[in-house]
Design a protein around this ligand. Structure first.
Ligand SMILES: *[C@@H]1O[C@H](CO)[C@@H](O)[C@H](O)[C@H]1NC(C)=O
Ligand SMILES: *[C@@H]1O[C@H](CO)[C@@H](O)[C@H](O)[C@H]1NC(C)=O
Ligand SMILES: [Cu+2]
Length: 226
């Protein structure tokens, strides 16, 4: 019993000592992980006159991220503001990841009108320790970029995802552009709450109820022992 107790205690310590989350691609602005709670970019200092920007294809490019918690909710947003000071647009439906590890969305799309401009892609997590922030400085370029191979775009083996509402994350955007690329017929309302084509394929990945139950049970066992 004592052994089990210390095993669980060290597992809990380990999980608080490792990174909350990381925007891996496009590469996040450098910054201290302890400052990830600071808006708008965590420890990163957003300034297009100083930052190194990488190309981001508006018709679809992968976003690779890492979650250090067992479960968390994600927002991907973008802005043309040169200091990331505001005017954030939501560019992918808010989703929940279950399972610690990598997640890669193969094709995040942005507004066509952004081609030729610079700005930021922002990634926000809400995983039980407040809303956290990271950003990447990017050049918005035309066309799409096929998702790279498994080494650069992968999901952790125990990771699953589903679309969920998250009011804390929704509050961080002023507009949405997460609509399918094919225009809908005139007169239909904007699809702000309806998942787009990317959304449907994400959902097709399966619902994570089994892992919810497993995680909950492990937490209960841990709490009883401590
Ligand atoms: C947001 O966009 C509006 C309209 O383009 C502009 O007037 C405003 O200054 C922008 N705000 C920020 C913080 O960039
Ligand atoms: C990761 O999982 C999501 C949700 O199931 C899926 O849409 C996406 O294509 C997966 N990414 C990779 C690289 O397989
Ligand atoms: Cu955390």
């Amino acid at each position: 019993m004592a052994y089990l107790k210390s095993l669980i205690a060290s597992a809990l310590l380990l999980s608080t000592a490792t990174a909350h989350f990381q925007l891996i691609s496009p590469p996040a602005l450098p910054g201290n992980a302890d400052d990830q709670g600071t808006a708008p970019c965590g420890g990163g200092k957003p300034d297009l006159s100083q930052n190194t920007a990488t190309d981001f294809h508006v018709d679809g490019q992968h976003v690779q991220l890492f979650l250090g918690h067992a479960q968390g909710t994600w927002l991907i947003r973008a802005t043309l503001d040169d200091k990331a000071a505001g005017n954030w647009t939501q560019v992918f439906p808010i989703f929940q990841q279950s399972g610690r590890g990598n997640f890669c969305e193969p094709a995040v799309t942005l507004p066509q009108e952004w081609v030729g401009k610079k700005g930021f892609i922002g990634l926000n997590s809400n995983a039980g320790d407040g809303v956290l922030y990271q950003c990447a400085a990017v050049n918005f370029v035309s066309g799409s970029s096929p998702a790279p191979g498994n080494a650069a775009c992968n999901n952790g083996s125990a990771v699953s995802a589903s679309f969920v509402p998250d009011a804390d994350l929704s509050a961080l955007v002023s507009s949405t552009s997460d609509t399918p690329s094919t225009p809908t017929s005139s007169g239909s309302p904007p699809a702000s709450s309806t998942p787009g084509s990317a959304a449907s394929s994400l959902l097709a990945g399966g619902l994570p109820f089994a892992s919810f139950i497993a995680t909950g049970a492990m937490l209960l066992v841990g709490a009883a022992l401590l």
